[in-house]
Design a protein around this ligand. Structure first.
Ligand SMILES: [Zn+2]
Length: 330
C-alpha cells in the first residue's frame, strides 16, 4: 500500500520520508554557561519561597519545539514570583549531532535518555552518553516539586499530556485549561521515564510530573503548543501569575477532553506492518474486532468498543517497536 510521506523500493520495503523541518535548530550556546556549574542548566529564583519547578527539553535530541519554548522563556526575562524555575536542555550531545538530511537519527547517542531513570541504573557502573548526562541533571530532578518534560512526536497530531497513573497528575493536567488530550499511561517495560522517577512515582507523595507531546517535532504549531502549556504549567504550579505571561503566548482557554487511559500497546512483530489507513491519533474505533493494521499477514484488531488510537507511527518500525497505543475514554 502506498501512503503519503512514504516510498516503496523495488524490494517492497517502505521508506518513510522525514517530515519537513520548519523550525531551525535553536541556538543553545547562549545557555551553556550556568551559575549552577552544570552546562545548559539555567535557574531563575525568587526571593519569596515557593515551589521548585523543573522544565526539561531535548530529552530526545531532535525534539526542537520544547527547546524553542524554553529558549523563549529564558530570553523573555520572566522571573518567578515565588520559588524557583530551573530550565534544562537535556540531551545536548544528541542535539548537536542533528543532521537535516537524517532528522530522525539524533534522538539519542547511545540509548534513550528517557529510559534510564531508576536508582539502580543511575547509581550503577554502566556508562553511556545519556547516563553521564542524567547523573549531572539528577540533583535538579531530585529537588523538583514539579516537573514539566517537553517532548514532541514523530508524526503530526494534537498535543498530548502524558500523566502516568497517579490521580494527582491527571487532575493537574486537566486543570491546565487546554485542549491537550490527557493520556494516562503506565510507562515502558524497557526502562523508567524521568516523569516516573523517584518521588514522582510515589503514590503517597505530592510531587507533580507531566510529559507534554506538543505535536510534530519541527512544526511551528508545536512550539506554540509547548509555550502555551509551559506558561499554564507555571501558573498552575503557582510560581508566576497569569498576568505575567507575555502577550500572544497563551492559546485560548479550552475545556479539556476526558482523559484516555492506555490499556494496550501494539508492538510490531515484523517489518511487514502497515496501518489500514493514515491514522493521525485520537481516532475512536467504534466496534471491537475492527482491523486497524496488518502485521506479517495477520490483522491487528481493536480489543473493545470505542477504542482510541494514541500516537500511531511506523517511523521507527522494527520488530518489538510500539506502533500505536490503545486507550479507553474515562
Ligand atoms: Zn520525546
Amino acid at each position: 500500500m502506498k501512503r503519503s510521506g512514504s516510498d516503496q523500493t523495488k524490494s517492497g520495503e517502505v521508506i518513510k520520508k522525514a517530515h519537513p523541518v520548519q523550525l531551525q535548530p535553536p541556538g543553545l550556546s547562549f545557555w551553556a554557561a550556568s551559575s549552577t556549574g552544570v552546562a545548559h542548566v539555567q535557574e531563575r529564583t525568587s526571593t519569596e519561597a515557593g515551589p521548585d519547578v523543573l522544565v526539561t527539553a531535548l530529552v530526545h535530541g531532535n525534539e526542537y519545539s520544547g527547546a524553542w519554548a524554553l529558549d523563549a522563556f529564558l530570553l523573555s526575562g520572566l522571573q518567578p514570583r515565588r520559588g524557583r524555575i530551573t530550565a534544562v536542555f537535556c540531551n545536548t550531545e544528541a542535539f548537536m549531532r542533528f543532521d537535516a538530511g537524517k532528522p530522525d537519527a539524533s534522538r539519542f547517542v547511545d540509548e534513550d535518555f528517557n529510559r534510564v531513570w531508576s536508582a539502580d541504573l543511575l547509581d550503577g557502573p554502566k556508562r553511556s552518553t545519556e547516563l553521564v548526562r542524567a547523573r549531572e541533571i539528577r540533583p535538579f530532578v531530585d529537588r523538583a516539586t514539579h516537573l514539566l518534560d517537553l517532548h514532541s512526536m514523530h508524526e503530526p497530531g494534537g498535543a498530548l499530556l502524558v500523566t502516568g497513573m497517579l490521580p494527582r497528575n491527571i487532575a493537574f493536567a486537566q486543570s491546565l485549561g487546554t485542549m491537550g488530550q490527557v493520556v494516562v499511561d503506565a510507562g515502558h517495560a524497557d526502562g523508567v521515564r524521568m516523569r516516573d522517577y523517584g518521588a514522582f512515582g510515589d503514590e503517597n507523595g505530592d510531587r507533580i510530573a507531566l510529559l507534554l507531546e506538543a505535536g510534530q517535532h519541527w512544526e511551528l504549531a508545536s512550539l506554540q503548543a509547548a509555550r502555551n502549556v509551559l506558561m499554564r504549567f507555571l501558573v498552575c504550579a503557582d510560581v508566576i501569575d497569569r498576568g505575567d505571561i507575555p502577550p500572544g503566548w497563551l492559546l485560548p482557554d479550552a475545556p479539556p477532553p476526558p482523559p484516555v487511559t492506555v490499556t494496550h500497546r501494539v508492538v510490531a512483530r515484523s517489518m511487514d506492518f502497515a496501518f489500514v489507513q493514515n491514522f493521525c491519533g485520537g481516532e475512536t474505533i467504534r466496534h471491537a474486532g475492527t482491523p486497524i493494521a496488518h502485521d506479517a499477514g495477520e490483522p491487528v484488531v481493536t480489543p473493545y468498543d470505542d477504542c482510541v488510537l494514541v500516537m500511531p507511527s511506523v517511523r521507527q518500525l522494527r520488530p518489538g517497536v510500539t506502533t500505536v497505543r490503545l486507550g479507553r475514554l474515562a
